[in-house]
Write a protein of this length. Structure first.
Length: 333
């Protein structure tokens, strides 16, 4: 990209007089800079800038003003990096005719689950995380965003996943559903009834936009994910025990899930586990709540009588707890 074009797009100020007039690639990690790249200083770090220059960056985009590091570097000053990035992303979306899909976290999870072959890119996280994804996309690549505000800023005409069609479903339990779709019966699919509406929304979206999808071999999403366990909290196969840990990474879905469990299970059979550092969410339905400081602290669950424990947290952070080896105790026999 021409440096003059970038300055115009991001409303920047060129503070040096470089001999070069273009750069190759936009890079956010100073350690990954190659000769000819533009480094975007997202950490407001002079040390990172020095590293980028040493590795051969042709241009720097930063909220730091130029301080005589290297006159040959195209040093582009911006007053607000976030606003400049939004302008750059909006330009890239329009320039490359990117198809942007706005989806809630649940809709995005089901779209990712159903979409095959996988040609949709999923960008989640903060502005910088999303920028790293979008700025690498080829022309006309579909990209799915979850952040409603960010999506409105960079792609006002993004497609949204709307209310879906009615699908005849047969309730099969807390975690499985059986249903008819296009004159075919799908038994015991790993879709909780709790999220049936969002699942059918995505089916409808794929249909009206001619997006290929598959209903074969569906797995659970990260939301309301069931992990069957032994009484000592070791992993077991689905449906092979009487105790289940249910992982939910999104605090926004917690109240809805608790209400669902209140309506389907005896209250003495289940509990909720929340991180101790997190204030208890407002308007949370009444239920048994345990708190934990670190994932390993949930080993105390092995001493409680429960069938289901709904845990607010990323499932991957509890892997060590569920796979730790047994410790044999000395025995006289």
């Amino acid at each position: 990209m021409k440096i003059d074009n970038l300055i115009r797009i991001v409303d920047g100020v060129l503070q040096t007089t470089p001999s070069i007039d273009a750069f190759e690639t936009i890079v956010f990690d100073c350690e990954r800079i190659s000769r000819g790249d533009l480094f975007i200083d997202t950490t407001h770090s002079k040390q990172a800038i020095h590293t980028a220059i040493r590795k051969g960056a042709y241009a720097i985009l930063s909220t730091h003003t130029f301080e005589g590091d290297d006159d040959e570097i195209a040093w582009i000053y911006v007053s607000c990096l976030e606003q400049s990035l939004i302008k750059l992303l909006r330009y890239r979306v329009a320039q490359n005719s990117l198809q942007v899909i706005h989806a809630s976290s649940l809709h995005a999870a089901f779209l990712h689950l159903l979409h095959t072959p996988s040609t949709i890119t999923f960008a989640k996280g903060n502005l910088f995380d999303v920028a790293k994804v979008i700025l690498k996309l080829a022309k006309e690549m579909p990209v799915c965003l979850e952040d409603n505000t960010l999506c409105a800023h960079i792609a006002p005409s993004a497609q949204s996943i709307e209310k879906g069609l009615h699908v005849n479903v047969l309730h099969k339990g807390l975690f499985l559903s059986s249903f008819w779709w296009k004159e075919r019966y799908y038994p015991d699919v790993k879709i909780p009834m709790l999220f049936w509406s969002e699942f059918t929304d995505v089916l409808h979206f794929c249909e009206i936009h001619s997006i290929a999808y598959s209903l074969e071999n569906i797995s659970f999403t990260e939301h309301f994910y069931p992990q069957f366990i032994t009484p000592s909290l070791r992993k077991k196969e689905f449906g092979s025990s009487d105790q289940v840990l249910i992982f939910e990474p999104s605090i926004e879905l917690l109240a809805r899930e608790i209400n669902h469990m209140l309506s389907t299970l005896p209250q003495e059979h289940w509990c909720v586990c929340l991180p101790k550092h997190l204030p208890t969410p407002k308007h949370l339905p009444f239920c048994t709540i345990h708190t934990y400081e670190i994932p390993e602290a949930l080993s105390l669950l092995s001493s409680f009588a429960f069938r289901y424990a709904l845990i607010l947290g990323e499932r991957s952070t509890f892997e060590a707890l569920l796979t730790q080896p047994f410790i044999s105790q000395p025995s006289l026999f």
